[in-house]
Write a protein that binds this ligand. Structure first.
Ligand SMILES: Cc1cc2nc3c(=O)[nH]c(=O)nc-3n(C[C@H](O)[C@H](O)[C@H](O)COP(=O)(O)OP(=O)(O)OC[C@H]3O[C@@H](n4cnc5c(N)ncnc54)[C@H](O)[C@@H]3O)c2cc1C
Ligand SMILES: *[C@@H]1O[C@H](CO)[C@@H](O)[C@H](O)[C@H]1NC(C)=O
Ligand SMILES: *[C@@H]1O[C@H](CO)[C@@H](O)[C@H](O)[C@H]1NC(C)=O
Ligand SMILES: *[C@@H]1O[C@H](CO)[C@@H](O)[C@H](O)[C@H]1NC(C)=O
Ligand SMILES: *[C@@H]1O[C@H](CO)[C@@H](O)[C@H](O)[C@H]1NC(C)=O
Length: 506
């Protein structure tokens, strides 16, 4: 509609907004992960009740998935609350005594069956830290972590250990350990894929806090206000529809109300005034062309294409007895060059890449809080999609081969009696683990990052808010974290609330 004068036009706009608010605008949220639940919580607290969450999985939580295994809950997805200051998760649970500190193991084992002496191990960690966490001073703004660290680490270890050939060799081999460590933090499959100069900001304070055997799902209860006072819980139950996979989202600008629609794989359709989309960057990468009609703006498609989205796999193992004697909280594994090659002959079952068996992409196993007979083995790299498809038996034997190879001289290593593992890549509702910034996403960027481009909402030609994006991958600084996902959910709820000029009562 063309307005005769600006005054009438703004009056009409005001009227229509007041009208819409009174009608309680309908809001569809796609995904009941942390971002979707946070959006709904903030909206409900501000008095919006016409909210529906469509979730593809038969459960809520998304990349938070705590499962009872062994003696306590273990996490197939997010496990730790990273940091305290400015961490919204930490702030929401502060004082509830839900978190404990995880001691990250620093003992390093070499595949030649030597335990690396503590001083040397510390020296190696320091060498890597000094290189990795250096601020500024980048030769090229768009350099990858790998390009940046390889050279510097190499010169540092030559300086430190140049006179001791044996140590120098182990230090060189340790670089592969550090690459896998970077990959598990970033979610990248090589360290040449993520940028050395990212916009990621860490929250200060304790960086590794666990949920005392109750799993990260504890936080979902806090978020929905089921905990600590069940009587305060918000009415989530009747708003969440499970096993509702959305396959297409269409919108029609000329409809004044309910102009956006989510079409589900089961044939049902839901319409609303606003839609907040929270599935992962992996889902967007795979489906952006078929999911949205009309298609997303060029800027957003570029952001989705250029951002990185990663691969990490956890295998959680339960043992009949604690063969590692409980005297350590985990093992960092440094493969010798020879053993990295040899593994393919010594353990021929399963996939390999560039002459390296899948088992050499395992770089540590960690103990688990309140779960004495459980270890978690981590895999990173391009083979993860194939490793996810291996049988329990092959996984158990491969990991036992690795433990035996590194620690067989100290412990009587045994096979696990049961195991579970993550399948974030194989699952079409995730297609990977978490996002990172690539050199490509930084390149050519001026004022905004790819994350900000992704977060930018879509409005109609008349300026009506219609399609919004939340989720870990849309946070400019706290991406790849639960606290980042929470903040993006709140951000999109606030966007709707301020659009209607209501105040929150938090
Ligand atoms: C292995 C692993 C370890 C991690 N460790 C940590 C950690 O220790 N600490 C930390 O802070 N963070 C960690 N993270 C990251 C953290 O889990 C995520 O950043 C956060 O949970 C993402 O929440 P989200 O709501 O953005 O996305 P998601 O949790 O992915 O939620 C999106 C939801 O959308 C649903 N969905 C997808 N497609 C559709 C569709 N077509 N229709 C309807 N619904 C759909 C999904 O099923 C999902 O429930 C880890 C993640 C992984 C995978
Ligand atoms: C590592 O550094 C040494 C000493 O500075 C140098 O001789 C060597 O070529 C470097 N190796 C690599 C792979 O860069
Ligand atoms: C959009 O909505 C208008 C008004 O309801 C309708 O006339 C038109 O056919 C719709 N367009 C499409 C492509 O569905
Ligand atoms: C692997 O073991 C787990 C736990 O015992 C079980 O739930 C799962 O079904 C097994 N997977 C396969 C493929 O057998
Ligand atoms: C391993 O098992 C053997 C045979 O049972 C036993 O003699 C040995 O002490 C065990 N070693 C360790 C480190 O437990």
């Amino acid at each position: 509609m063309k307005c005769p004068t600006a005054t009438i036009c703004s009056l009409l706009a005001l009227l229509s907004m007041a009208w819409t608010a009174k009608q309680d605008p309908s809001i569809l949220i796609i995904g009941a992960g942390v971002a979707g639940l946070s959006t709904a919580r903030r909206l409900m607290e501000a008095g919006y009740s016409n909210v529906k969450i469509l979730e593809a999985e038969p459960r809520i939580g998304g990349r938070i998935n705590s499962v009872f295994f062994g003696d306590a809950f273990v996490d197939l997805g997010a496990r730790w609350c990273h940091g305290q200051n400015g961490n919204v998760v930490y702030q929401m649970v502060e004082g509830l005594d839900l978190l404990g500190h995880t001691e990250i193991p620093f003992k390093m084992y070499h595949s030649s069956r030597t335990v690396i002496d503590e001083e040397f191990a510390m020296g190696l960690m320091e060498a890597m830290d000094g290189v990795y966490s250096v601020d500024g001073d980048y030769p090229d703004r768009y350099i990858s972590i790998g390009d940046f660290c390889e050279d510097r680490f190499n010169s540092t270890i030559h300086e430190k250990y140049g006179k001791d050939e044996k140590k120098l060799q182990i230090a060189k081999e340790a670089m592969y350990y550090f690459e896998m460590e970077v990959n598990s933090n970033e979610g990248s499959s090589t360290w040449f894929e993520s940028t050395a100069q990212s916009d990621y900001l860490e929250c200060e304070g304790d960086l590794v806090q666990h949920w005392k055997g109750k799993g990260y799902k504890t936080f979902l209860d806090v978020l929905m206000k089921k905990y600590p006072e069940p009587k305060n819980q918000l009415p989530f139950e009747d708003k969440i529809l499970l096993s509702k996979e959305v396959s297409e989202i269409t919108w029609n600008e000329s409809r004044p109300r309910n102009s956006i629609a989510a079409h589900c794989s089961d044939g049902s359709t839901y319409t609303a005034d606003h839609l907040v989309f929270t599935p992962s960057l992996g889902v967007l990468k795979e489906r952006m062309h078929s999911m949205f009609v009309p298609k997303l703006p060029e800027k957003k498609r570029m952001a989705i294409q250029n951002m990185g989205y990663g691969l990490v796999m956890k295998v959680i193992l339960h043992y009949p007895e604690i063969w590692w004697k409980n005297d350590c909280n985990g093992f960092n594994l440094i493969w010798s060059d020879e053993d990295r090659k040899r593994a393919i002959n010594e353990f021929p079952t399963g996939p390999n890449l560039n002459g390296r068996s899948w088992v050499t992409y395992m770089h540590y196993s960690l103990a688990v809080e309140n779960n004495p007979k459980v270890l978690v083995a981590w895999f990173t790299g391009k083979l993860v999609p194939e490793i996810e498809l291996l049988s329990n038996d092959t996984l158990a034997r491969g990991i036992t081969y690795v433990h035996e190879k590194f620690m067989g001289h100290i412990y009587n290593v045994t096979l696990p009696d049961k195991l579970i593992h993550s399948d974030w890549q194989s699952n079409p509702h995730f297609r990977g683990t978490y996002s990172y910034q690539t050199p490509a996403a930084k390149k050519g960027k001026k004022a905004t990052s790819a994350q900000e481009d992704l977060a930018d909402p879509i409005r109609t030609a008349q300026g009506r808010l219609i399609l919004q994006f939340a989720g870990e991958g849309t946070h400019p600084h706290h991406y790849s974290n639960v606290h980042g996902a929470v903040e993006t959910g709140f951000r999109e709820a606030e966007r709707i609330i301020s659009y209607y000029g209501k105040t929150t009562n938090i």
